[in-house]
Design a protein around this ligand. Structure first.
Ligand code: BES
Ligand code: MN
Ligand code: ZN
Length: 504
């Protein structure tokens, strides 16, 4: 994990921009012939190098475009980067804001800079949802989350160094400084929540067990007065009738856990929101064993849980005036002489019985009981988050989460939150016509069926979410990254946080 990153904000475009010491100076530049004031300052201090780059057509200052100025004479900064912010009279949209914040972040983190200085000119936006403060929110999130590195299990000499320590941002804005600062802070806290989720995701399955998730939820709760945590072990779950959840961990030496976090930021009687995460700390498939290739990636099968634990800390850190329940249903799915077998029938906490046709469809089994468990809180809405199906990757790839819901209004709010936070989801239907795919001759419901794998998985969950507005996010494709960047992505912490911020 990384050291603290300090972000500071100043509204006055510093007259001392050339005199401030920094490893890297990043200057926002408008497209067109007239340079904005900070660009003009840098230009004249560097013998007209910005104008020269523009004249040669090497830098047009299109939104998100970057350029490097090799000279540093006339400034106290070791390096200067230009960032295009588009024409001064064009309104920036959500995507433009993403481009600008990710370009600023990438130039600040590309070289071994510790201290950065960012000067942004006055900008215009295309809607009332977009503003300097929301741009700063995006920048806060990307700076914080991009400076995360995983090295928990590396030798001392292989530990990575986090160079970026301090970034001072100057923005020429008409918004109140308090609002701008709040945007930046909010963004940074969301980035920290993403990093919490990434760290849990990246830890190996032999470290990050159900008990480990319980311990780390407890220590998160200890950091905040308004956040508490209760952990149920197998004996307690047995008493509550959670045989379905327990059936998943039967083959494992690790004890299954149900973790219940409670954030009380609202009034006592306010109905809480609830988020419920799938926390399979390793998914071998059980007796329906998975093939060996890429099975290591099944340590990421607790990413739903990690996003719940990360989001609880975001909401607590922001001190939002809402009540929020965070539940993690955690088990390790292993084969073994005590493991559940295909054809076994188990009783859920709701009373419905389930025929387990495939032990690799285990996420829905742990979630079924967790969804029944949250009924006791009389929640305003319940969102579950799960790396539930490989099929969602066939449907939506690695960039978009699948969303299914029994409530159109909730679905719409979540889709919008994802759009705003650039952590997008796309809705799939869970029409009644799919439900019959789960018919069983031997129990009330089967745990698999039909060809539409992502939808029938959600249909299964919907049977246990009849008492409240509910939505399900299938994050199998989005919660972790592949290839050279293999690791947790921190998603969908931004979507969940944005939804709850907009609700408060
Ligand atoms: N954890 C997997 C889903 C998954 C697959 C996540 C690939 C990330 C990448 C889940 O428990 C699972 O095994 N699902 C099965 C369901 C099937 C047996 C109906 C699947 O998707 O193959
Ligand atoms: Mn599975
Ligand atoms: Zn799984």
């Amino acid at each position: 994990m990384k050291k603290r990153l300090t972000l500071t904000l100043n509204q006055e475009l510093s007259k001392n921009i050339l005199k401030s010491k920094a490893d890297v100076l990043v200057v926002g530049v408008n497209e067109g012939r007239t340079l904005n004031s900070s660009a003009k300052e840098i230009d004249s201090a560097t013998n007209g190098s910005i104008k020269e780059l523009m004249k040669r057509g090497e830098f047009e200052a299109k939104v998100g475009q970057t350029a490097y100025i090799a000279t540093n004479e006339g400034t106290k900064a070791d390096r200067i980067f230009l960032i295009g912010v588009g024409k001064s009279n064009t309104a920036l949209n959500n995507e433009d804001m993403d481009k600008i914040s990710s370009s600023v972040t990438s130039v600040l983190t590309s070289k071994k800079s510790a201290v950065g200085l960012v000067a942004l000119p006055a900008m215009k936006y295309d809607s009332k949802d977009h503003s300097d403060s929301s741009l700063l929110q995006k920048l806060g999130t990307s700076l914080e989350s991009k400076s995360y590195t995983y090295d928990a299990k590396l030798n001392k000499k292989n530990k990575s160094i986090n160079y970026l320590k301090k970034v001072s941002i100057f923005i020429d804005s008409k918004e109140a400084l308090a609002k701008l600062k709040k945007g930046l802070k909010t963004g940074q806290v969301v980035g920290q929540g993403m990093n919490v989720a990434k760290e849990l995701a990246n830890l190996p399955g032999n470290v990050c067990t159900p008990s480990y998730l319980a311990t780390s939820s407890r220590s998160a709760a200890n950091k905040y007065k308004k956040l508490s945590c209760r952990v149920f072990g197998e004996k307690e779950m047995k008493k509550m009738g959670m045989d379905c959840l327990l059936s998943v961990g039967n083959g494992s030496a690790q004890e299954s856990k149900l973790i219940s976090m409670n954030y009380q930021g609202g009034k006592k009687g306010d109905k809480p929101y609830a988020i419920v995460g799938k926390g399979i700390t390793f998914d071998t498939g059980g007796i329906s064993l998975k093939p060996p290739a890429t099975m290591d990636e099944m340590k990421f099968d607790m990413c739903g849980a990690a996003s719940v634990i990360g989001t609880m800390q975001v909401i607590a850190e922001l001190n939002l005036p809402i009540n929020l329940i965070g539940v993690v249903a955690s088990a390790e799915n292993m084969p073994g002489s005590k493991a559940t077998k295909p054809g076994d029938v188990v009783r859920t906490m709701s009373g419905k019985t389930v025929e387990i046709l495939n032990t690799d469809a285990e996420g829905r089994l742990v979630l079924a009981d967790a969804l029944t468990y949250v009924e006791r809180f009389n929640p305003r809405s319940v969102v579950d988050i799960a790396t539930l199906t490989g099929a969602v990757i066939m449907a939506l790839g690695y960039s978009t989460s699948g969303l299914m819901s029994n409530n159109e209004n909730l679905a719409k709010e979540l889709l919008e939150a994802g759009e705003k936070a650039s952590d997008r989801a796309w809705q799939l239907p869970i029409w009644d016509s799919y439900q019959k795919d789960l018919d069983s001759n031997f129990a009330d419901i089967a745990n698999i069926g039909g060809r539409a794998g992502t939808i029938t998985a959600a249909c299964f969950l919907s049977r246990f979410a009849e008492k409240y507005p509910w939505a399900h996010l299938d994050v199998a494709g989005t919660a972790s990254l592949k290839g050279a960047a293999k690791g947790g992505s921190g998603r969908p912490v931004p979507l969940l946080s944005q939804y709850l911020i907009d609700k408060s």
